[in-house]
Ligand binder design. Structure first.
Ligand code: CU
Length: 160
């Protein structure tokens, strides 16, 4: 995971020096320090994520990236029940790839209450599962891991 994140960061044009803090740690450490902070999180998203332990009111600004990865089963919410980063801002046309860690039992990615557009399928335990969605329209897309919604395993993609 660390290695893959480094490759993505290199594609995004991030200077290599900022990656030094990543090496050798647990695979589910926060990526937030690697990228600029996104501070313009809408109030309804903040409210939606009010019980999400790894959301601190800001997101990660990846508006310069064509592809962004989000960890599914990162450490948070009392176990490995977190998406990391919980909130990411991207530009229209960006593909977000959710990548399962294999930790924290079964997970999925779904828009709340069975709404569209996000649904990865039934929750699975896997360290190789991925789910990709390309966001074309601006807006805030909230999502949840259905088995861990109560624990706070929720996130949002903000297309700006
Ligand atoms: Cu989950």
């Amino acid at each position: 995971m660390v290695q893959r994140r480094a490759v993505l960061a290199a594609i995004g044009g991030i200077a290599g020096g900022s990656l030094a803090g990543c090496s050798g740690d647990e695979p589910a450490e926060s990526t937030e320090s690697d990228y600029p902070e996104y501070t313009d999180v809408p109030d309804d998203v903040k409210e939606y994520l009010s019980n999400t332990s790894n959301f601190d009111g800001t997101g990660v600004d990846r508006t310069d990236a064509e592809e962004v990865s989000v960890t599914v089963g990162a450490r948070g919410n009392g176990s490995y029940w977190a998406f990391d980063p919980a909130v990411v801002a991207v530009s229209p046309g960006t593909t977000v790839v959710w990548e399962w860690t294999g930790r924290g039992s079964t997970h999925n990615v779904a828009s709340p209450d069975g709404r569209e557009p996000l649904y990865s399928g039934p929750a699975v335990t896997s360290s190789s599962e991925t789910y990709a969605y390309t966001f074309e329209e601006s807006g805030a897309y909230q999502y949840v891991c259905e088995p861990h919604e109560i624990q706070g395993m929720k996130g949002a993609v903000i297309v700006v």
